[in-house]
Design a protein around this ligand. Structure first.
Ligand code: PLP
Length: 461
């Protein structure tokens, strides 16, 4: 009887359906372990087993878990005030955080608007762009071009610009269809292209789409400068970003960088945009690493010319109950203190080199790793059936989900994506906390290698 399956370990099989996961996971999926505590790059489950957080959760925990400075700041702010509605009260932490982020983002970013996460930040960017067009006599501009594949969030407005066939198939009738252009690939390229030539073809597709739609109807172009679960850390050539900037300028289209994953230091610059100085965006969104999982927080950075035009015409017609939340801003300030004190942006750059070297060694050993890519500590490996032909594993094999399961058994937490993206394939993000040490990087690749070996055994079978 002791060998009988444990029904309570399957999502949806408990009398009340379990937790929020019963909404998120298919019925009958295996239940993940229950988290107990976290410290540094490690998480422990309630039974005391230890897991290396190799992807900082969903690319969130940039400063690692259990940071004492942040915990102290959280407690201090809670003793003072947790909530004060921003229409009635300003908060010193909001002002300090806005100043700090604008300074870090650099020229052209003078104002910050704080919300509760990435989707809300992108909604804010799209609505600010639209209101700016309206108040500057360009009310005909409303279309937002985006890339396919892309991910910009789960709310219906953010889904309208997300390039993802699966969610479009479900929510398509409820979202405004917005024009899409291809995102540059780097690994499985169309016939006759190099990564560089294909990236330029993708930029040219943007110009053609603007012209076909009518430039006077196009409001903005939104892209993840380096995609996370959309493209799996594909890094496009500088010339692509420069051409995109020129095309947007030529047609009066606002350029929005979604840096919800790539921002806050992860790529070895505070913004990924800083890697391509000649190609600056007009608006930038941040979330995830900004508060590093210590509180939900998103942010829109914008230039004074846009914000002031809207403010002069009555103010931004947009907001949420928790916008500019004093508790969240206090926590993010403490996170940014740690980013500065520990020099984590430079650390991401340096550790990124060591991670890359180790992942290439993993790829040389494992029959399943066809590509290693990324920048700083924002990287991914692509899983393939055959390295020579670069063929993906069958979609119904669901290699990423299997790899996650093997990873949990080997004490490593792995966030990844199954290939419903055609040419972009199955990939595994490798995006540890920026605080990771060199010995911990060794642990990471050791555990990852063992999970990949188990996966390879299943493929052969
Ligand atoms: N944009 C990008 C690039 C993301 O990776 C995500 C989340 O994964 C979002 C937007 C949405 O952010 P959130 O889940 O905080 O709403």
């Amino acid at each position: 009887a002791s060998a009988a399956p444990q029904p309570a370990r399957l999502i949806g099989d408990t009398p009340r359906g379990g937790s929020v996961l019963s909404f998120y996971s298919p019925r009958g999926a295996a239940r993940p372990p229950r988290v107990g505590r976290g410290e540094g790059v490690w998480l422990w489950d309630a039974d005391g087993r230890r897991y290396l957080d190799a992807t900082a959760g969903a690319v969130v925990a940039n400063i690692g878990h259990g940071n004492r400075h942040v915990i102290a700041a959280m407690q201090a702010q809670a003793e003072r005030v947790s909530f004060a509605y921003p229409r009635f009260f300003e908060s010193e932490h909001n002002i300090a955080l806005a100043d700090r982020l604008c300074a870090l983002a650099g020229e052209g970013f003078d104002r910050a608007f704080f919300v509760s996460g990435g989707s809300e930040a992108n909604e804010s960017a799209l609505k600010l762009a639209r209101q700016y067009a309206v108040v500057t006599g360009q009310a005909g501009r409303w279309k937002v071009i985006s890339r396919d594949p892309s991910y910009h969030g789960s709310t219906l407005g953010a889904l309208a610009v997300t390039g993802d066939a699966h969610t479009q198939a479900i929510y398509g009738p409820m979202v405004k269809p917005m024009p899409k252009v291809p995102a540059p690939l780097s690994y499985r390229l169309p016939e006759g292209h190099t990564a560089e030539s294909y990236a330029m073809a993708c930029a040219d597709a943007l110009e053609r789409t603007i012209e076909q739609e009518g430039p006077e109807t196009v409001l903005a172009f939104i892209l993840e400068p380096i995609g996370g679960l959309s493209t799996g850390a594909v890094v496009s050539p500088a010339a692509y970003f420069q051409r995109v900037r020129q095309i947007c300028e030529r047609h009066g289209v606002l350029l929005i960088y979604d840096e919800i994953m790539s921002g806050a230091g992860r790529t070895g610059e505070f913004l990924a945009a800083h890697h391509w100085p000649g190609a600056r965006p007009d608006l930038v969104t941040l979330a995830k690493g900004l508060a590093a999982g210590y509180t939900p927080l998103g942010c829109l950075l914008a230039p004074a010319r846009i914000v002031d035009a809207v403010a002069g015409a009555g103010g931004f017609v947009h907001g949420h109950t928790y916008f500019t939340n004093p508790m969240s801003c206090a926590i993010a300030n403490a996170v940014m203190d740690e980013v500065e004190r520990l020099d984590l942006v430079a650390r991401a750059r340096e550790r990124g080199v060591g991670l890359r070297r180790r992942l290439e060694a993993v790829a040389a050993r494992s029959p399943l790793v066809g590509d290693v890519r990324g920048l700083g500590l924002f990287s991914a490996i692509e899983l393939v059936a055959d390295k020579a032909t670069r063929r993906s594993l069958p979609a119904d094999f669901n290699a990423p989900a299997r790899l996650t399961e093997h990873g949990l058994r080997h004490g490593i937490a792995l966030y990844n994506r199954r290939a419903n993206l055609g040419a972009f394939g199955d990939f595994q993000m490798i995006t540890p906390p920026l605080t990771i040490s060199e010995p911990e990087l060794d642990e990471l690749v050791d555990r990852l290698g063992r999970a990949l070996d188990d996966l390879a055994d299943e493929v052969v079978r």
